[in-house]
Design a protein around this ligand. Structure first.
Ligand code: ATP
Ligand code: MG
Length: 195
């Protein structure tokens, strides 16, 4: 199997994530894509309040419910603590020792790879899939440790940061977040204040 790993804080998940995931799946002929919800995103720690991982997972589950090939993964939540990609990739490799792993990232994240823990080890375990993202150009000189491919996805200028601000102001979230996830946000009164 060819397995995609798409990690994120998903605070909240939005159609930019979903369009990237399904187009990466199609473009790289992946059998499935695991949407891995970060437990504690160490890069974002201390910068702002991140919603509880269980709630972010529930949003991802709601969003992928009807999408074949996309699966919500609670691997990092079950593991607990800070979420490091090396641990996740190692764990998925031990679950699927004979399968090919692909790590899907947006261009903004591609520019930050060198700040990751144990990148050389990650690079031995996965093929990167870099998707374009409005506002970010992918680094011109990606280190030679990486095997990578680029997949073109529709340019959707959508971010969780903007969606949180919209939710606080009461601006519409419709069509930017799948409706089942919007329903969960409303029912659980999420994203109503900035903390
Ligand atoms: P935040 O604004 O809180 O950082 P985000 O929208 O960037 O949220 P993340 O959970 O940080 O979402 O991103 C997870 C992954 O999805 C990253 O690899 C990121 O590059 C990618 N991604 C997010 N939004 C888009 C988009 N609109 N198009 C393509 N890739 C995206
Ligand atoms: Mg981000």
């Amino acid at each position: 199997m060819r397995i995609g790993i798409f990690g994120g804080t998903f605070d909240p998940i939005h159609v930019g994530h979903l369009a990237a995931a399904v187009n990466a799946q199609y473009g790289a002929k992946l059998d499935k894509v695991l949407m891995v919800v970060a437990n504690i995103p160490w890069q974002k720690e201390g910068m702002r309040k991140v919603y509880p991982a269980k709630e972010r997972l529930a949003l991802v589950e709601a969003a992928v419910q009807d999408v074949s090939g996309l699966e919500a993964s609670d691997l990092e939540i079950k593991r607990g603590g800070k979420s490091y990609t090396i641990d996740t990739v190692t764990q998925i490799k031990s679950l699927y020792p004979n399968d090919e792993l692909f790590l899907i990232i947006g261009a903004d994240v591609a520019a930050e790879l060198d700040s990751w823990e144990m990148v050389e080890d990650i690079a031995k375990l996965v093929i990167l899939i870099i998707v374009n993202r409005p506002g970010s150009t992918r680094p011109q000189n990606l280190r030679e440790i990486w095997n990578y491919l680029e997949v073109e996805v529709p340019a959707l200028d959508i971010s969780s940061t903007d969606l949180r601000a919209r939710a606080i102001d009461g601006r519409p979230l419709d069509f930017l977040i799948p409706y089942r996830a919007i329903r969960y946000i409303r029912e659980h009164r999420m994203y109503r204040s900035e903390e």
